[in-house]
Design a protein around this ligand. Structure first.
Ligand SMILES: [Zn+2]
Length: 123
């Protein structure tokens, strides 16, 4: 099973509506956060990150205005920081970042169990 296989199968799990929202988000992988990632707020031991504009769900109490458009940006998976790299860990890390792209807040994502033990906060 390759990283690409896990990314594809994880995207395939999403309901069609959610998949459409994140269709414009590019998904990349590298070993560790590089200088550019660190400059935009990543931790050296961070496992994954989403940069971009997530869909704003427009919930009551949300500070941002509702944004009905699709998410845009990129998700990067830091493979060395996800060690031991397994399909399960990769899937959870990707679903966590897809949650941000879908407009969910950190607490909501964690409430769904989409986090890894020892994970540092997202940037
Ligand atoms: Zn997060």
């Amino acid at each position: 099973v390759t990283v690409g296989d896990v990314v594809r199968s994880t995207l395939d799990e999403l309901p069609p509506e959610e998949r459409a929202v994140v269709a414009g988000v590019s998904i990349r992988a590298k070993a560790f956060p590089d200088d550019e990632d660190l400059a935009r707020g990543c931790y050296p031991d961070q496992q994954a990150a989403f940069w971009g504009v997530g869909r704003e769900l427009g919930r009551q109490g949300a500070t941002a205005l509702p944004h009905p458009g699709p998410a845009a940006g990129e998700i990067t998976l830091f493979l060395a920081n996800l060690a031991p790299l397994t399909a399960v860990r990769l899937r959870v890390a990707l679903l966590h970042e897809l949650g941000h792209a879908l407009g969910l807040e950190e607490a909501e994502i964690r409430a769904r169990g989409l986090y890894l033990e020892g994970e540092t906060a997202c940037c």
